[in-house]
Design a protein around this ligand. Sequence first.
Ligand SMILES: Cc1cc2nc3c(=O)[nH]c(=O)nc-3n(C[C@H](O)[C@H](O)[C@H](O)COP(=O)(O)O)c2cc1C
Length: 166
Amino acid sequence: MVEDVIRVIKERRSVREYISKPIPKEVLEDILDCGRLAPSARNLQPWLFVVITEKQTKEKIAKLALYGKFIADAGACISVFCERDARHLVEDGCAATQNMLIAAKAYGIDSCWVAGYERPYSEDIRKLLGVPEKYKLISLISLGYSDKTVTKAKKTLDEVVRWEKY
Ligand SMILES: Cc1cc2nc3c(=O)[nH]c(=O)nc-3n(C[C@H](O)[C@H](O)[C@H](O)COP(=O)(O)O)c2cc1C
C-alpha cells in the first residue's frame, strides 16, 4: 500500500496525448473525491470542481487555454475553482489539483496540469462554464488514457535538499 502510493507519485508525468477511451464516471467521481479531501487553510474547502466531458466544451476550453490545446482530446477536463475571498485560494486549489493528478495516476489515467490562475483566459473559462463570479479559476486538469510514455529530466535530491540549514 505505502509502496503503491510512493510508486504512483514517482511515476506521474504530464502526458498530453490521449487515446479515445472514455473514463468511467465512477472513476472520475473517486478522483474528484480525492480533490475534495485535500488540505485547505482553516479547512475552508473553498473549491468547486467543474467536470467537462462534452466534446464541444472541451474544444472551447482548449481554444481558450494558451498551452492546453490537448484538452480537446482528453477524456475529461476538471476545472478547479476557488472562492476568490479565500486567503489561500491558490494553495488550496493547488493542493486539490495535485491530489487529483495522483488519484488519476493510481487509476492508470494520465493527466496534465494546465495553468488557470490569473491567465488571460481565466475569466472567459469561468463564464463559459457558467460559474458564479465569486470563484476564480485555479487550474485545469486534462485526463485521459494514454499509450505514451513521457520522461522528464528532474533535479536530483542533492540539488534540492539541505538538511538542517542551507
Ligand atoms: C502551475 C502549473 C501550470 C502548468 N501549466 C501548464 C500548461 O499550461 N500547459 C502544459 O502543457 N503544462 C503545464 N504544466 C505542466 C508542467 O509543464 C509540468 O508539470 C512540468 O514540465 C514537469 O513535468 P512533469 O509534470 O511530467 O513532472 C503546468 C504545471 C504547473 C504546476
